[in-house]
Design a protein around this ligand. Structure first.
Ligand code: PLP
Length: 410
């Protein structure tokens, strides 16, 4: 399927939130890298759960408990299919990417990483893929190494090669940078890390909405994503882990569902994935995540990516004419994110002016302060496009930028 076959108008109709005015102007939502909007099918799935099926899962024998348990486990199957995991048990529900990474750092990290060992992240990471590893390093005395980025915002792979050694125990990198949109050469990173015996986690928070994910062909050891960035609800995400690793890892939190038997003389833990799912999860949100993944599968990740790429190219073309426009991050391989500065205008002021025209963009450091430091800036303006965005919206956005620039230069 090619993007011309995507009927963007009918896709837009599925997103009720898009059809409103903000500050007297039709909403243009370009903050998709922070969170995407939700189609009616996701909202309906969530409402249906609370209208009709609400019950705690796994432990009940009554009809509602059975219904909600079945829907919850169907969602796990949908995630396994979405990621092409080998087994459904390799999918752990989490609150989101952040929790997935923390889970791995706390369990795999605490058990298998020791003093003097090295963990590699990149200079492009979101704080969620830096701080959990820093915490582990503080606790265990291991060392955090950082893959540097070039002026285009691409990882310098020759430097990555130099960082790898038999001390490298773990490599954790994002697939797509939220701050710049750079698509990283994750396959190369996985292969090279495995050559030195390191395990690899892929932070797919930004990749899940934009590219087809296949954990078996990538051969990553772990992969984490968030539901809310892929048209699903907040408060739910998934962590994929290879069975052989998940089985060796200790539990993350203690409580209900993660146990087999509890006694004061000793507690035995449940099998995967339940070993990592302590307490009542976000049942309705997990169930509604399936509707979000169905939405992506129906359109196909390839057609979504193609439409978004067209939007990116169109935006890049028009933005060249904006006085003082300075792109931050010009990687060859990019997802639909434009991060930029305008000479002499503070990003925050631009964000406010755009908001007054109904245009939602993000301004600031995008939870990537080390990257901002690398570029010696405090932050950027970031416009990130999704499948429901249009070229007309981009045109409006660029016109709004031009008039903002005129206002500041007057
Ligand atoms: N990693 C990346 C690349 C992200 O873009 C984000 C969110 O912006 C996260 C991790 C954290 O995701 P969450 O806040 O959903 O846990």
């Amino acid at each position: 399927m090619v993007s011309t076959e995507l009927d963007i108008e009918s896709i837009r109709k599925q997103f009720p939130i898009l059809h409103q005015e903000v500050n007297g102007k039709p909403l243009i939502y370009f903050d998709n890298a922070a969170t995407s909007q939700k189609p009616q099918s996701v909202i309906d799935a969530l409402t249906h759960y609370y209208d009709s099926d609400n019950a705690n899962i796994h432990r009940g024998i009554h009809t509602l408990a059975e219904r909600s348990t079945t829907a919850f486990e169907d969602s796990r199957k949908a995630v396994a299919k979405f990621l092409n995991a080998n087994e459904v048990e390799e999918i752990i529900f989490t609150k989101g990417t952040t929790e997935g990474i923390n889970l791995v750092a706390s369990t795999f990290g605490r058990k298998f990483i020791s003093e003097g060992d090295e963990i590699v992240v990149s200079n492009l990471e979101h704080h969620s893929n830096i701080v959990p590893w820093q915490l582990l390093c503080e606790e265990k005395g291991c060392v955090l190494k950082v893959i540097p980025v070039n002026n285009q915002g691409e990882l310098i792979m020759e430097e990555f090669d130099k960082l790898l050694s038999d001390k490298t125990k773990f490599v954790s990198v994002n697939y797509i940078s939220n701050a710049l949109g750079t698509i990283n050469p994750v396959q190369d990173i996985i292969n090279k890390s495995h050559e030195v015996g390191a395990k690899v986690l892929i932070d797919a928070a930004q990749a899940a909405p934009h590219v087809r994910l296949d954990v078996q062909s990538m051969n990553c050891d772990f992969l984490a994503f968030s539901g809310h960035k892929v048209y699903g609800p907040t408060g739910v995400g998934a962590l994929y882990g290879k069975r052989e690793l998940l089985e060796k890892m200790p539990p993350y939190q203690g409580g209900g569902e993660m146990i087999k038997d509890v006694s004061f003389s000793g507690t035995t833990y449940n099998d995967i994935p339940y070993k990592f799912e302590a307490g009542t999860p976000n049942i309705g949100e997990v169930i509604a995540l399936k509707a979000a993944l169905d939405f992506v599968n129906d359109l196909t990740p390839e057609a979504i990516a193609e439409h978004e790429h067209e939007l990116l190219e169109y935006a890049n073309e028009l933005l060249k004419d904006v006085d003082g426009f300075q792109p931050v991050g010009t990687a060859k391989n990019k997802a639909s994110v434009v991060s930029f500065l305008i000479d002499g205008v503070h990003p925050f002021d631009l964000g406010q002016i755009l908001d007054a025209k109904g245009i939602a963009v993000r301004t600031g450091h995008h939870c990537a302060q080390p990257l901002m430091e690398r570029f010696e800036i405090e932050g950027t303006v970031r416009a990130s496009f999704s499948v429901y965005n249009t070229k007309e919206e981009i045109k409006e956005f660029v016109e709004a930028l031009k008039s903002a620039v005129k206002m500041f230069k007057a």
